[in-house]
Every structure is written in C-alpha cells, then in structure tokens.
Design a protein. Sequence first.
Length: 417
Amino acid sequence: MEFFPCRAEPDIWMKDCGTHYEYIAVYCDDLTIASLNPKAITDTLEHVHKFKLKGTGELNFLLGCDYFRDADSTLCMAPKKYTIKMRDTFFRLFGHNPKKFRSPLEPNDNPELDTSEFLEERDIRIFQSLIGQAQWVIQLGRFDINVHVMTLSSFRMAPRQGHLDRMKRIYGYCWAFKDATIRIRTGLPDFSDLVVPEVDWSKSVYAGAKEDKPKDAPSPRGKPVRLYTYADANLCHNKLNGKAVTAELHFINQTPFDWYSKLQPTVNTATYGAESTAARSAIEHMRANRSTLEYLGVKIIGPSILFGDNKTVVDGASQLSSKLHKRHLMLSYHYVREALATGEYIYSFVSGKSNPSDILSKHWSHNDVWPMLQAILFWRGDTMELARLRKEKESINETNKNLDGRGVTNDEHLGNI
C-alpha cells in the first residue's frame, strides 16, 4: 500500500500523498489512521488483503483515552473512562468514593519528611497499584499531577501511611477535576510581540554552530507548525537529598503534546544552577521532538522557542557578553548557548505567573495555577476570549475597589461575567 515506517518512530507508517502524508500508528493489533479518506485504507485491508477488522470508524477510544469533538468541532482527548476506572478502583479498595480536593497535594508539601508508620504488605500493594494507574493517566494528558506522582513514586518499595493518604488525595483531585481535556488547537501561535535581541555569535567561540539536521528525512508536507516549550526548576524539591526538579511543557501550535517532571541527577546549591540544568534538559528534549517531527515530514517554521522565568539565566544564555562564574555549570551553560547560536532556538523570559511548566515543578495551590490550568485543560473555545474576560473582570474589580470608599455596593457595579 506504499506506506513506509518513520525512521524516528518505526511504529508509525507513512505514505506521501503529494500535498500531505497519511499515517498509520500501530500498537500491537490496533491501528490508528490519520487520513483524508481512512475508509479507503480499511476497505483495502478488508477486501484486498482479507483482514478481518473490528471497531473501525472515527477514533473515540484508544489505550484508555477518550477522543471526541467539542461543539466547535475541535478534536479533544481526555481520559474520561479511565478516570472513572480510577474512581471505581478507589471505591473497591476503600469502600467509598475519593474525597474531592482542589489541588493534588498541599502546597509545599514534603512527603520525604513523613515519619508515619510503614504500611503492611497488603497496603503496599494497594499503594503501588494506585501509583501505576496515576502514572498512566499522566500519559493520557493529566500532566497536572505529574510532579506529585513523581514525588510519591520514589516510595513504592517502602511507603508510609502518610504516602498512601497523599495518593488518596491525588485521586480525589483527579475525580474533582475529571473534565480535564487536551484540545487539539491547530492554529499558529502569535509571537509577533516577542522581542528577540540580535546577537552576532560569529564573534564568539560558537561561530559556525549549526543544528545537526537529519539528512534522510522526508520532504515536509502539509500545514506548518510552530514549536515552543516552557521550562522551570524547583530548587531543593527533595529536602532529604537536596535535588531540584526539572519541569517542561512542550507545545505544537496551541496544543501541549509532551511533558516532563523529574528530579535533577545532581544537587544544585542555587536557583541559577537548577534553572540552567532545566534549560539544558529542555533544549535536549526540544531537539529530540524537532527531529522526530522532521522525520514525520512535518513542516516546522521559525526557531523553536524556550520560555523560562529566571531572567538571570535567560540573559546569561542569550547575551554575547555574559560570563559564567560557576564552573560546575559549564556544560549546561555552553550547551544552551551553542543551541541559540545555531539560530534554530530562542530563549525568552516569561514571568512565573505566566509559565505553565510551574504546574509540573512544585506542589502548588489551586489559586496559584488555576489561570494557566484553566486555559490549557478546561477552557472550551478560543483562549483569547478567556483572556478578554479576565481583563474585563480585573477592570471591574479595580473599579469596584475605587468605588468602595465612596459607599457604593458591589452589586451596583459588578456584572455577571
């Protein structure tokens, strides 16, 4: 049928259709087909090659994840049935539904300092089962519990009662926010207001730096995409070993497609070191994602953009005149700067309140992350409309604050947004 395996992802088969590629993703005996005419493919499999297919039709469920379309026809993916399965597992184990919470764990919680009783063998198996289900639901899109489950998973061999109680809370949070959905927003992001300083790297040690492009990648086809990533670090996340967390959230156009939250391999003694390590890790993963998409024949436009919320680290990597005063960070420092010198990457500052990778770096409170979390996982429709509504609400609140001193009531001035 003229399909060939992608060199970067051999389980994805491709066919060049001139203006675009068709794809068939293979998992054991399941096929997921991306095509303008998928029925022609299934008809060929059935009638020409005599395969007996079942469950053919529009994608609605795969590997625990539900697929559906919003009212505006936006394709959505959400682990709805799997979250119900998690609730049912919880009920079977504990005899009641999980109590609902507004955050996975208490803000700044440190499970590694827990001194409660060690669990008995039966409860250890229960804890391990809860961890396993939670790890899979993260793969299906619930990156908002990634750092919490990552933290607790290190206690799988010898969990304490406090660790089990924390897993119960995570299940309660997942159940309370079971409508979390990744919407496949394909529109190109608008970076027209992004200020990128011009740097002449030819007068530096990085002169001539070039990105190692795949030479055997297929010709790009179809509509263009833009790649960008948010990265963050949480210094001394683990109070026992002193290790920080690296957190990354990767986007293709307006859709999150990859996420990462993990303890850093070495101990950094300052925020600068932790953020530098996170930047290097993010660039590594951005390079891998970019290469994979190139091997899939995706048309990528512009440099990939890395956003970080530590201005000192961003400026140190992006400015030609910066100097490194900490030798143990030398490799991370030069790795990021050389990537920027290729022209294929941009490192830009974003405020912490606007950095969604913050969701994957620390144990947060609901109020701190809800503006970002709502936009990414819960808002139906155009997120620009959400931004407009928020500005309108802020304006009303400011007006109301100014009028309060003159004895005017809230109800007289606040509309229902």
